[in-house]
Structures are given as C-alpha cells and as structure tokens.
Design a protein around this ligand. Sequence first.
Ligand SMILES: *[C@@H]1O[C@H](CO)[C@@H](O)[C@H](O)[C@H]1NC(C)=O
Ligand SMILES: *[C@@H]1O[C@H](CO)[C@@H](O)[C@H](O)[C@H]1NC(C)=O
Ligand SMILES: *[C@@H]1O[C@H](CO)[C@@H](O)[C@H](O)[C@H]1NC(C)=O
Ligand SMILES: *[C@@H]1O[C@H](CO)[C@@H](O)[C@H](O)[C@H]1NC(C)=O
Length: 805
Amino acid sequence: MGHKGISVTGLVCYVAFFLLPLHSANGDVSYSFPEEMKRGSVIGNIAKDLGLEASRLSARRARVDTDGNHERYCDINLSTGDLTIAERIDRDGLCGKKVSCVLKQELVLEDPLELHRISLHVQDINDNSPQFKKDVIKMEISESADKGVRFSLDEAHDADIGHNTVQSYTLQRNEHFILNVKTKSGGRKYSELVLDRELDREGHHEIKLLLTAMDGGTPKRSGTVVIHVTVLDANDNAPVFSQAVYKASLPENPPLDTVVVTVSATDADEGLNGEVTYEFDDVSDENSNVFSLDHETGKITVVGPIDYEKESSYEMQISAKDGLGLASYSTLIIEITDVNDNAPVIYLQSLTNPISENASPGTEVGIINVQDRDSENNRQVRCSIQQNLPFKLVPSIKNYYSLVTTGELDRELVSDYNITITATDEGSPPLSSSKSVQLSVADVNDNPPVFEEQSYKAHLTENNKPGASVCSITARDPDWRQNGTVIYSLLPGEVNGVQVSSFLSVNGDTGVIHAVRSFDYEQFRSFKVHVVARDNGSPPLSSNVTVSVFITDVNDNSPQILYPAPEGNSFMTELVPKAAHGGSLVSKVIAVDADSGQNAWLSYHIVKSTDLGLFTIGLHSGEIRTQRDISESDSMKQNLIVSVKDNGQPSLSATCSMYLVISDNLAEVPELKDISYDENNSKLTSYLIIALVSVSTFFLTFIIVILAVRFCRRRKPRLLFDGAVAIPSTYLPPNYAEGDGVGTLRSTYNFDAYLTTGSRTSDFKFVTSYSDNTLPADQTLRKTPTDFAEEFDNSDSSPPELDQS
Ligand SMILES: *[C@@H]1O[C@H](CO)[C@@H](O)[C@H](O)[C@H]1NC(C)=O
Ligand SMILES: *[C@@H]1O[C@H](CO)[C@@H](O)[C@H](O)[C@H]1NC(C)=O
Ligand SMILES: *[C@@H]1O[C@H](CO)[C@@H](O)[C@H](O)[C@H]1NC(C)=O
Ligand SMILES: *[C@@H]1O[C@H](CO)[C@@H](O)[C@H](O)[C@H]1NC(C)=O
C-alpha cells in the first residue's frame, strides 16, 4: 500500500485569507495511494491530519468537494474523519502518460467556512500488459541486405507509467537477427531488428520471430507480437518523417474537419515501395474519435469534440510505412488552448432559511461557491447581489463567498427576500450567470400588543342587565401567528374592596367587556379597571390599558323625607306661636335624593292644607313659613301635606304630613294623638265636637290636677324634653354616597328646628348637624304616643311648675 504524505501550507496567496482572518488558516493535505483501490478503502484520517475534532465534523457539515472540473473521488466518514475511496480510480484512464497523477479535491467545513485542499496522488500499479498494435508485423527484407542493417519495429504500448511501462524487449532466439533496444526522449523504449547474419533467400524464404515486450512491474507483465519476415531479392528504403516531433496548437471547440497539421514522410523508393501510408501507432489513439489521420495525405483533421476542460493536450505516436512494411515513427503533440466557453456556475452550498429576524448584522446566512471550468482569466469570477438589500457577499476562501446580513431584519416590514446572485467571469467576452435565492425571515416575538387607544372610557347606565356589553377594546400585534395572537384579560384589582372580576369580564378573544352585574349609580359613579393584552408568544409580551367605566344616573330613587318622619306610627308635631308674624319660619321639610343632578334636584309643594292661605313652603328650601300673621280665628290644628319631587324624567316624589299646632302652650295640645289620625278634614265637624268635649274634659281635669298638685306639693317645673335634639345620622339612606351632586342634602347641612317645651314662653332653637351625634341614636325627636303618656303620667305625679309670668 502507498505511503501517506502531508504538507500543510499557509495559503497566503488567497486574498480571502486576508479579508476574513476569522476563517482559520487553511492547510493542504496530500495522500498517495495506488490506483484501483476498492470503494470504501480508507486512505487516511483527514481529521487527525488537519487537527480537526472528528466529533465536530458533522456539525460543521464537512464534505468533500471537487475542485471544479473533476469527479469526487473520495468521501469523508463524518464519525471518524477517515477519508475513503468513493469512486474507482483508474490512474491510466485519468492521467494517461502523465508521470504524476494528482487528483484535486477540497474539504469544505462551515461555521466558520474553511477550505482544505486535498491532493490525491494516484500511484500506478502494474495492471496493464505491454501491447502491440497488431498481432503480426509483416516485413519484407532484401536478401542482399548487409549485416548490421536495422529495421525499426512497432513499439509496444503499456497504459501504465514509469517502471510499469515497457522496459525491455526480447527476441526469440534465431540465426539471423538480434534485437537492439533503444530509448526515445521521454523514456519510451522501442526496438530495432538488427541483421546479424546475411539472409539467404534459398535457405529461408520466410522467417517468423516472436518479439516479447516486458514491463518492469512486479510481477512483470508481457506482450508479444509475431514478426513475419519475407526475404526478397529487391533493395528497399524505409520512409523518413520530416520531423521527429510534430507540434500543433488548436483552440478548443474547433469546427469539425479543421486541419490541425499535416505530417509527411518521404521514401526514396520508387513505385509501390515508395508509397507511404500514415497510421496512428497506438490503438487507443485510433479509437479516440477526436482526430483522424488521412492514411495517404498525412492530414490530421478534427473529427470529434475537443474540450480544453477535458483534455488540454494530446500526444500521439504516428507511423509511416511503405508498401513493404518498412516503417518510421514520429510523435505528434497537439496543445489545446482555452476559450471562454463556460459560464460561471453558482452553487448554493448552504443556506440558513428561514433566518431569524433578530439575527445580528453580520450573521452568515449562506455559503456560495462559484466555479468556472475555464482557465486563467476566463475563470476569474466576480460575484455580486442586487443593491438595496440588507445582505452582502463577502469573498471568503478562494471561490467561496459568504452571504451575510448587513443590517437589522424586521419580519414585520419585509418577510421574504429574493436575492439574485450574479457571477461574471473576466473572459472576453465575459460570461455570466445568476441564481436567485429565496430567503424567509422567521418571526421573533418582538412586538407587544398595542392598544388602539391610550385609554378607554365607557359609559354605562345604571341598573343595567348583567352581561350587558360595556365597551370593546382592541390591541394589535404585528407578529406572526401565535406571537401576534392577542388575548385579553382583566388585571386583578379591587374597587372598594371588591374584586374587579365581580364587576366586569372581558372576552379573551374579542376584547368585548361585559358587565357581570347590575350597577347602582348610588353605589359607584365610576371605577377603573386595567385590561392586559398578551400575545401567545413564549415568552409572551403584554401591555395594559386603563378602562374607566362611568355609571350614568337613572332616576331610580324617590326623594326620601328625613323630617318629618314619613307617615306611620310616629307622632310629630310642630308648635306655632300664636304671635307668629307673616313670614316666620315655622318648620322645614328635609328631604334627600340618592340620585344626582336633575334626578336629585328637589322641589317642595304643599298639596293639601287645612288653611290654604296660611302656610307656604319654599320651592327648593322646604322651609315652611307663615304667609300672614296668625289670627285668633285660625284653627289651632293645622295639617299640611307636602309633596317632595325630584326633577328626573319621569320625576319621582314622596309626600309627608306636617302637623302644626297654633298654640303658645304645649299643654293646650292634649290630644296630639287624635291629630295624628286626623287625616280627613271633611270629617272635621263630627271630630271637632268629640274633640272639643274631650279637650274640655281633659283641660278641666288637668287644671284640677295641677291646682291640686300645686297646693299639695310645691315643686320645680320640669322640661318635657331635655337635651339637644338632632336628626340622627341613621336617617340617612343606606350607602348614601357623599358627593358634590347638585341639590342633594349634605350631611353637614344645618337646619333650624323649632321645638316646644312645656314652658309657655321659651322657644328652644337647636342648631345642629346631622352628623353630630349629640344624642344617642335612640334619643330622637320621634316620640311614640306612649312616651307622651309617660310624660303626662310623670307630670301627674310631679307636675311641672307653670311659669305664670
Ligand atoms: C464510518 O466509520 C464507522 C467506524 O469505522 C463505521 O461504522 C461507519 O459505517 C462509517 N460510515 C460510513 C458512512 O462509511
Ligand atoms: C426572484 O428574482 C428573480 C430575478 O429577479 C425572478 O426571476 C424571480 O421570479 C423572483 N422570484 C420571486 C419569487 O419573486
Ligand atoms: C414566535 O417567536 C419565537 C421567539 O420569540 C419563535 O421561536 C417562534 O418560532 C415564533 N413563532 C412563530 C409561529 O413564528
Ligand atoms: C402596565 O403598563 C405599564 C406601562 O405601560 C407598566 O409599567 C406596568 O408594569 C404594566 N402593569 C402590568 C401589571 O403589566
């Protein structure tokens, strides 16, 4: 087996090497091995020889490439790094007579791109035997020929080279001839038949000799030819070529029948003996189908395609023979010159497709290899891509280019690129070719959803149905598929201590916000929630927006009368001093409305009264005043029915009754109880009679009792009511929201109330605030009839002292 030689050379000649120092220095390796090795035979471990990690070969997409024109003869085993035979390598077929048969291959590695030249030196093995063109060489030799005359013999050909080619000739032992072996320039051996003892026609008319050619291989191989000598009695001369070597030059792709050169040999003989015929000496040359040799004229013409890229020179042996078989030999060398007939070919060696949009500028996207089968300038190739793309071609090693990004990619702007690579050679005229590469940009979740508005406002009328749609929000995300799919959700939070999820829900897909429950303006006027739009990427991106929900008021609350207490069992009355002048404030109706605005703007009207002309009520203040001075003729008991209306559409109202007693003395009002039930003035007459009788009776009894007490015990008078009186805060409607609503009663509202005590002359004026809890909640102005009874019971046992001023 052959030996292995490695030479590692810095390929400083590669400009690319300087352009891209990133790429590691390239090394050349060469292997020498015999031809005709079996496929799969290992010829060396290239990973080891180049210092590469065998385990990384696969990841770096190591592969063997041909250097342009050739077939791929070897393979790399990616798991071991072994270089193996991929194709039958017949040195003799590939390299012919060339002394050194070198096949050029390349090892390509990516990431980073690396290129190593592999030279395969194919060693000859002695697999061909020497071969004569014909089985029989016919010669005619005159019997008068002198001793020592030489006759050239056909050369034996051996497809092998060097030592394995013809090294010696032997001639069968005979009486007349010996063999003289000669060496041509280039080492080719041929032989001459030398006449050693004169021929005698009478003795031998014909002589047959066996000529054996031997090569120098081990084992030796040989070939034979029979030399058939006919002894004549005429003299003869061999033809002579005008040149020992014919040289011609021919551009490739010549038209058929082009005459390359004309060889000629002259023969001194006359007639048939002087007729020279030309022939290719080697069978293989005859069969090459490229050139033909006119037997008679010696014109060599083109009969087949001539491609410089396949064969750049031809060397043929030609012979000229006369009619007697005497021959001479010459060598014909035809050099083929290159024509720029091959356009560059662009190979896309690798492509990262799609490329992620977040690839940083300078990312290698693909590797391009450009090959031009021509030579010299004709194979110098320039490569470019079209302008205005965020890509460029960076010349890399030799005829490799890296396609790299030059800027940021944004799939949302451009999602596909059509890159056209154009390669032009420097021949004249230049040839070019192009290839287009489709490159897609892969999405990265780099855009959060963006709401169409900075914030959303929604108005919702109170008392809505649960499930009512409140508003719709939309966020957009330009990313691809799930990276751009927006899902909406409520951000957890609380409004007044309640989870927002019990207020609103958002449809995750559509962004429509629904009310979960019915809202009461009197509870909330507005609240805010945060809605998150999240995409489905991983990791997801999100943004949030504030949705302000404003509840609009509906007139759904009737005015609520705080004072006087609504009709019922309560028993409230006002004393009006008899001396009250017109315009005196007598009492005040206090009402609130939980709604707001017009819905809470209250107006007060007297709808019914005992004496229409006596009292008026302030339209919006609710203050009840006398309209004129009280006169003696006025009924002592006055009853007003006051209606309180709000200004809503439609408006709601409430009514209350106000009992007024025109008296200076509480004692004069014994049958308050009756008044409270006196609702119908039309029945007044009968009631009045009963009342009068009762009052008189009561009064008489009262006077008697008082007098009796006064005489029996002298005591200090007591107030019927003591302490401050206030309307307690418990009168406020539940959940009454403080606010700035127009026309609603504030909790700090101050009101005046006239209350009467047992004293004839003293009016107690209380100025207090709702919220001032000056009294416990149960000590209110509201007194049930039983309370009155108790007071009277007490006064029975300890009557107050009447001030008789
Ligand atoms: C590479 O070498 C390993 C080990 O010698 C062998 O098992 C494998 O079949 C080889 N692979 C190829 C593609 O020849
Ligand atoms: C890409 O560009 C080449 C050359 O301009 C053109 O022939 C080809 O149709 C284009 N392909 C697409 C998909 O646009
Ligand atoms: C979404 O973006 C991620 C990176 O953020 C990416 O890996 C994924 O392939 C993208 N999905 C689609 C469908 O493009
Ligand atoms: C809502 O968005 C703001 C900025 O727009 C951000 O600072 C905040 O962290 C976000 N909140 C949540 C819960 O995502």
